[in-house]
Design a protein around this ligand. Structure first.
Ligand SMILES: [Zn+2]
Length: 354
């Protein structure tokens, strides 16, 4: 079993400082800013000597060919960048491997869940899986590691049953359920959720992430079995700093898509290949996925996981009794853009259509 030890050679972190020059035609004002990219980026051209590049983009009147969306008639038009757009992780050719490093029981007011922390060979982030139900087990966690003793297995959470004070064995002695393939059980409810500091922690209503996470946890917990995969790809993958810049652009009248494009990013940089590998590691090849996002379903299925059912996530504000006197707010605008420009599968309330 020596292979487990050598799998996780972390990628050398590519830290590139980009002196980025924006030349906005309308004002001819030149804004220079320092951006630090700390992700593996295989296509950005860097100078061989000092690793820095200069990017120039203008707010001209052409279409942006690297966007995958069909709706491009925004009020904002950007010249295609002189360098390739930020790489999506799934564009890379390195075979992706995930490994559960540690698992622990998290007691809550409504029951226990098991938090699984994953490492992978694609990025240095701690992606998580919140698992409800004791029959869903991580293959990589359960695999014995060379030289480990029972206490090592206990510390990293590779035990069965529930730990008790003074316990010295990782097995509770009951070997029945843990070896049953999860595929023999009904497909569990799964949510693949991308981190959103603003929506989840400071309760921003610019987006519906906080509500979606809470709702998904509630639904899965009520079924007693399922998984929330929590991916560390803030701001649809552009990171918190650029997400906040995008918010300033939104206050200037951009929508969530055109703001990303203005900042030189695709509208959605998120990928789901790490989530797909985590599902495979949890031996879940058939799932019921809580999502409105067809791109997510496509990527998960391309990774070999069958989505036997899509369970919609309808925002509470858009459920049947939408108030006709309702004033269109920032969340409504955001949700409409998701439907109209990002193919999200939701019915826009009639009161919001004009
Ligand atoms: Zn959000």
């Amino acid at each position: 079993m020596g292979h487990q030890k050598t799998i996780f050679v972390q990628p050398a972190e590519v830290t590139t400082t980009l002196p980025l020059t924006s030349n906005v035609q309308s004002t001819t004002k030149v804004i220079s800013k320092q951006l630090t990219l700390s992700k593996t980026n295989h296509t950005t051209k860097r100078s061989a000597t000092n690793g820095s590049i200069k990017k120039t983009f203008t707010n001209g009147l052409t279409t942006n060919h690297h966007i995958r969306l069909s709706h491009r008639n925004s009020e904002v038009h950007i010249t295609p960048p002189t360098t390739p757009p930020t790489t999506r992780y799934s564009d890379t050719k390195i075979p992706l491997i995930v490994e559960c490093q540690v698992r622990a029981r998290i007691p809550t007011a409504t029951g226990d869940m098991f938090l699984h922390l994953y490492k992978n060979n694609r990025d240095n982030k701690e992606h998580l899986a919140v698992v409800f139900g004791e029959d869903i087990r991580s293959t990589s966690l359960d695999t014995s590691r060379p030289g480990e003793v029972e206490m090592d297995r206990i510390l990293r959470g590779a035990y069965t049953g529930k730990l008790k004070p003074g316990q010295t064995s990782s097995s509770d002695g009951f070997k029945g359920t843990t070896m049953i393939s999860s595929d023999k059980l009904p497909p569990p409810l799964v949510r693949i959720h991308s981190e959103c500091f603003t929506g989840e922690i400071v309760q921003s209503v610019r987006c519906d992430c906080g509500e979606q996470l809470k709702e998904a946890m509630k639904l899965i917990q009520s079924e007693g079995r399922g998984v929330v995969i929590y991916l560390r790809q803030e701001g649809r993958g552009i990171g918190l700093a650029d997400k906040l810049r995008a918010y300033n652009l939104q206050d200037l009248g951009h929508d969530t898509v055109s703001a990303n494009v203005f900042l030189h990013h695709p509208p959605d940089l998120r990928t789901y290949d790490i989530a797909t590998q985590i599902l495979a590691d949890l031996r879940l090849s058939n799932i019921r996925l809580l999502t409105n996002n067809p791109d997510k379903i496509e990527q998960v299925e391309n990774g070999g996981i069958k989505v036997v059912e899509r369970v919609p996530m309808v925002p509470s504000a858009w459920k049947v009794n939408h108030d006709s006197n309702h004033i269109i707010n920032e969340l409504d605008q955001y949700l409409k853009v998701k439907v109209e420009r990002m193919r999200h599968l939701l019915n826009v309330p009639e009161t919001l259509l004009n």
